[in-house]
Design a protein around this ligand. Structure first.
Ligand code: SF4
Ligand code: MG
Length: 334
């Protein structure tokens, strides 16, 4: 497979009155054509900021992309001017947000909102646009598209609004679809339908998907590879089976053990990861997870662990994997 997106050493900061927040601290990853990469991690770990950096949607100031490159289809998006970026956004890269009500325009009909994208990115005639709108609404599972396209967002259910947002994001058949917590605002049955829809779009258009979520069930169901992010850095990544069945990072262990299971007895408390993520105004020099990690050693607080290549594309940044930590691993029975 070919790399469609290749992000290298991405650094994103936000300047505030309180100081500079290092939101993304040197992330490198890639996505192949037709592949689904999931990004997981707690709120505020830099998932959405990464997505916005790719979309060219970081407000500068207060934001600043202070380092790295984002190669998309061979072009460094960070070197493009506003106009060239606008040609890519919406046409070659589509984005679905968490809450359709915030991102859909309440004063425009569904049809008009899809038409706006087509006007910007195609030379379609009015008739061609209408045909395409009906086609895409059908495709995203909206029955009676001729009637629906004349309706306003408030006239639609939450699930239908999310389908409209997917229609807007995919009407120009993008090469990359970024879905930022696409199902969080929806109820469970609708969630499953929306995920199925994204999956089928991915297959039929051979679109790559970058899926941001904190729901590991969604990752298992959708993604080829997963990247676990903590405090603006990737701590573990690999194909889903490796990361889920052979996790190596204590933070990944924590995430995986906080999934409810059927075996959980009524009174048993669901394990959670104690503590809170570090202050990104002044991130620790060592491992950012050290304050919450049951296995933290002296070195963890002093130096950031190098990323270890575990083979088959599985990577993990943790001092426990270091040769010299062998006795620590043994003492914990790891
Ligand atoms: Fe825990 Fe140290 Fe590994 Fe960080 S590097 S996760 S503190 S063991
Ligand atoms: Mg977010």
């Amino acid at each position: 497979m070919d790399k469609l997106l290749d992000v290298k050493n991405l650094e994103v900061n936000f300047k505030t009155y309180g100081g500079t927040i290092n939101a993304v601290r040197g992330m490198s990853f890639d996505i192949d054509t037709g592949e689904c990469l999931a990004i997981v991690g707690e709120s505020g770990c830099g998932k959405s900021v990464t997505a916005k950096a790719i979309m060219g949607l970081i407000p500068c100031p207060p934001g600043e992309i202070s380092g790295g490159s984002i190669l998309f289809d061979g072009t460094d998006l960070l070197k493009l001017d506003r106009k060239s970026m606008m040609k890519i956004r919406g046409a070659k890269i589509g984005m679905i947000f968490q809450d359709p009500m915030t991102y859909l325009n309440p004063t425009m009909t569904v049809g008009k909102q899809i038409e706006e994208v087509l006007k910007k990115h195609t030379n379609y005639t009015k008739k061609q646009m209408t045909e395409r709108i009906i086609e895409i609404l059908n495709f995203v599972g909206i029955a009676n598209p001729k009637r629906r396209m004349r309706q306003y967002p408030f006239e639609l259910s939450g699930g239908m609004r999310q389908r409209v947002m997917i229609a807007i994001a995919t009407v120009c058949t993008p090469k990359l679809l970024i879905a930022d917590e696409p199902t969080t605002a929806l109820d469970v049955t609708i969630q499953a339908q929306i995920l199925e829809l994204i999956k089928s779009l991915q297959k039929s258009m051979n679109t790559s998907v970058m899926l941001i979520t904190h729901d590991l069930g969604v990752v298992a169901n959708m993604a080829d590879r997963v990247m676990v992010v903590y405090a603006g850095k990737i701590v573990e990544s690999g194909v889903v089976d490796d990361v889920f069945y052979k996790p190596q990072h204590p933070y990944t262990w924590g995430l995986l053990s906080s999934i409810p299971t059927l075996e959980l007895k009524n009174k048993e408390k669901l394990p959670s990861i104690e503590g809170t993520p570090p202050d990104l105004f002044s991130p620790p020099t060592g491992c950012a997870f050290a304050a919450r990690c049951a296995f933290a050693m002296k070195i963890c607080k002093e130096m950031y662990p190098e990323t270890v290549d575990l083979g088959e594309g599985h990577h993990c940044a943790c001092w426990l994997l270091h040769e010299k930590a062998k006795n620590v691993r043994q003492s914990f029975n790891l």
